[in-house]
Structures are given as structure tokens and as C-alpha cells.
Design a protein around this ligand. Sequence first.
Ligand code: ADP
Ligand code: ASP
Ligand code: MG
Length: 592
Amino acid sequence: MPLIVQKFGGTSVADSQKILAAARKAVRAHQEGNQVVMVVSAMGHNTDLLVELAAQITDQPPAREMDMLLSTGEQVSVALMAMAIHSLGYEAISLTGAQIGIKTDSTHTKARIQSISTQRMRIALDEGKIVIAAGFQGIDEDFNITTLGRGGSDTTAVALAAVLEADACEIYTDVDGVYTTDPRLLPEARHIGGVSYDEMLELASLGAGVMHNRSIEFAKKFSVPIHVRTSFSDVPGTMITPLPEAPDQPVGGAALAKDEARVTILGVPDKPGTSLAIFSKVAAKAISVDMIVQNVGADGIADISFTVLKDDLRTTLKAAELAAQELGAEGVGHDDDVAKVSVVGLGMAKQTGVARRMFRALADAGVNILMITTSEIKISVLVDRSQAVAALRAVHQGFDLDKRPSGARAPERISGKPARVSDAVAVVSRLQKMEELTIDDISLDDTQARLTISGVADQPGIAAAVFDAVADGGIFVDMIVQSFGRQGKAKLSFTVPQAQYKQCLDLLNGLVDRLHCGPISGSPKVAKLSVSGIGLRSHTEVAIRTFRCLSEAGINVDMISTSEVRVNISVDGQHGQKALDCLQRAFADARQ
Ligand code: ADP
Ligand code: ASP
Ligand code: MG
């Protein structure tokens, strides 16, 4: 008998009428001959209300008690949903995360799923019952209740679809699918028929709140196709599968992370081990960092900046101050009035001129860029929060995201079970540690060179002018990093093919006077190391392992870029092979 997982988010169960409507959808699927597992979130904004309630008692609630509190929201919904199904004349059983056997680690408020038992759900389904699972929660080995992080019911749904080898996984929400950006922010956002796992993973982790990013990690790892759709009608939504909407489109979507903060460790010696000292302290608090950039001065003293969620700022600052003391740094600075705007697209890696289009759009809208980082499939910029929506609108327009791309595939209904792994032992071992780190590949690219423009002033238009000129010169740009600079003196670095190094150097030298920046420096040979896998940014230990192994090998990190599917590091060209060897050893246990 086919099995379907249907997840209903908070707005879809916000009141009794909506609960009954959701129950009717599940009953209909049941009548159509499916076994049905529902995953349900807390009603409406109940989780927010519980968070506020805790904040009225204390500003530092113990994480364990927070989980105890937050898990109650879902417990209310599952009970009411089971009653609703009963009232419609069908049998149902509500189950908490613990009752299902969703085992997690003990990282309260951000727990990762380790394993899920299917036995109890299977028995109930075989008895003809609709199973109603509480989203967002699990239990650790000491029977403490844990939660998976805000928005985590999506992850419960996809994880259940994976272990039950469901035929379909439907995410019912208050929008009729995934849009090119949040339609609440930009009404001109366009509905997308289909989006690839890699793009969705990146978009979700960069601020597209429609899906919990870790749910997409599961979907990709276990090949679960996801259908995101509205709970208020039957119109088809968006399929999340391995395929992008249009393979040649450079950018498929844009995202805004509105509540970000920048942290800068000021004046640290630029030598192996510095990054490790800083980021291991932050990672120990289970905080994900993004946009790691360093600004190395001529004197070998660096400022290292990175971004975190504004909510994590306080804890991050404590960790950063500890690291600063240990390193003998000048101090720690921060700015909690910033936002991150990103564009994401699988086609970006193969095309020139994508950076130019992004920076030109921002410059024309008068947006000042505070920091830049890129990866193969995304470009992120940090801007003042006051310019966030203007920046998002500019890039959305700049990439014509409101228009259907040529070559877009029809928004077909792709259904199909998660891919079967024929070897039963392999399946069990993969599922046992569901959210463990998986690394697919570690590679070395020693064909690139780096150019750096110092003295980049704090004003709009510089990156646009640079990448206009570079694109006009037919130069292919790979990694781009713009550091945060004190007194408005940032550095803009990027890599190009070694064969184009000289041409690019000449071109930049001809440009700096006009832009009132400089001098230009560079390295004709850099080595770029890439670690690729799934969910790398949220697995905070990936960056740490990378930094540790390079530090132990005495190799200094030059540029860093991270995405959900890759961590790229550039180092001095002569250290490429040594760095590759040490990374391969460091990740031997996580290789697929
Ligand atoms: P639920 O409670 O159903 O989980 P969420 O509020 O978590 O719902 O997610 C749905 C919301 O996500 C939408 O209302 C929309 O404002 C927001 N959103 C952000 N980015 C996107 C996007 N790219 N496409 C669609 N919706 C988005
Ligand atoms: N109720 C939880 C939250 O609001 C989980 C979820 O809705 O996905 O974050
Ligand atoms: Mg959600």
C-alpha cells in the first residue's frame, strides 16, 4: 500500500477549523488507498508565545527546560488533530517524538536526529490508523526531550518519509510553493515549479524560511522528493528534487537573512592556527558561522570577521573574547545592524559575468556592500539592515527573477519513492546515524591565481566597477571575498585562472586611480582545496576539522568560502598537495 507523509505547519493548524481542514486532507489521502503519516507543528504562533513566556521569567533559560517547554506546542496539535480525525469517523493515533522513538543527540534546542524507530508507526498504519506525529521534537539517550531548531517540523517530516520509504512527502504551508524569494518581502517574487536540492538547501540556509534547511539535507541524502504546497487549496506547488527549474539559468532564487550580526576579532597575528582558535570556541556552542573573511595587513596582522544569527551574538561574543585573549588580539568588534542578501543558482559555476550582474544591480540601487563571500552556487553580500529589502529587490530584478527563464521545465508532478539502496545492511547503517556528516569528495585545484585590491572605500559601486572591467576583459572569476575593513579600508580579493593573472593585474592597475583604492597585490599561484558533502555549514565541525588539520600541517589559510555543499579554502600554491593529503586524512571517517 502506498505511504504518504503530510506535514502541516503552524498557520495550517492555527485554529480548530484549520485543524479540521487538515484532517480532511489526510482522510482523503487515506480514502484514496494510502497509508498516511501526518506531521504537525504547534498551532499558529504558539512556539513564539512559549519563547516569550520563557523570556518573561529569565533572559537565559536553560536549554533543556526550553525544549521541555517548546515541545508542548506540538503535543497540543497532535492531540487535537487525532480528535479531528476521530470526529470524521476514522481512526488515528497521536505520538510524541519520544513515543515514536526519534532519538537525537543532546544538543538542546538544536538537536540532530540519530535514529528513528519505525515499528510503532508501522503497527498503527497496518491497523488502518492515521499516524499523527509531533514535529520538531525527539528524545536523547537519557530520555530528555529535545527539539530540532526553529522550523524543525519540516525535518521531522522528511526524516519520517526517508525511514518509512514513503511514496510522497507533502509539506502543507501558507504559500503555494517555493518562490524566487520570500513573497512577503517582494510581491513580484515568482512561483517556481521545481527547485533542486542543492539550491533549496542553500536558499533555506541563507534565509528562505519556507523550509528548514536540515530537512533538505535529509531529502538529498535519502532521495526524498518533496512537494511544497498550500494547505488552503489543491493547486500544485513546488517539487524539490535533484533537478533545477532551468539548468542554464545562472541564478534561480534570492534570499534575505534579515537578522544577522558581524563579529570581528581585531588585530590577530596572521599565522596557522588563528582561525582554529576562534572557530573552535564558537562551534563548541553549536553556533553556525557564515561569511568568514580575513583582512590581512602588510604588517602580517589580520582582522578576522564572520557573521552569525543576531540571536547567537551574545554567546558568540563571549567565545570570541576568550579566543581574542588567547591570541593576544587587540579586541573584538561587532555590528548587529546588518543583513545578508544572497543569490543562489546551480548554473552560476559555468558562467562568466554573474558577479558583475549582482554588484551592478546593487550599485545602481545605491547599496553599500560591507562584506562579500561566494561559493560555486551562491554569492552573499552583507549590507546595512536599513538597505536589506532594497538590496534584495535590486538583485531580484538584476537577475530577472520575476520572469520565467527560457528552458524552464514544466512544473510536472514528480512523484516516486526515495531511491532504494539494495543492500539492506547499507540502508540500516545509513539510517542509524541519519544526520551524521557525509563527505563526498575532497579535491585540489591548483590552476588559480589570486588578486587583492587594498584600500577599498566604504561606498557603493566599487565591486561593480571592478567586476564590470574584469568581465569585459573576458576573465573568469571563481572565489570572491571582500573583507570588512576598519576606517572604510576593506580588501577585495578574488581568484582567476593562472593564465589570466597577468592580464587581470594590468587591468586592475589601470583601474585603481579612478576608484581611489589600491594598491593591488596578488599571488600568481594559489591552491584551492574543496571539501564537498551535504549540510556542511550546519555541521560546524567541518570548518574546525579543516582549520585544525591545516594548522597542524603549518599551512596558513588565505581565503575561505563556505556553502551547504562545499567548504573551499585557498592556501599558498606550494602547499596544495600537502594540504590535500592532510584534509583527506582528517575526513577519512566521514567519506561516503
Ligand atoms: P509553516 O508554519 O507552514 O512551516 P513558515 O512560516 O515556516 O510556514 O514558512 C512559510 C513562509 O515562508 C511563507 O509564508 C513565506 O513568507 C516564507 N518564505 C521565505 N522564503 C520563501 C520562498 N523563497 N518561497 C516561499 N515562501 C518563502
Ligand atoms: N513549532 C516549531 C517552530 O515554530 C517547529 C515548526 O513549526 O516547524 O519553530
Ligand atoms: Mg516552517
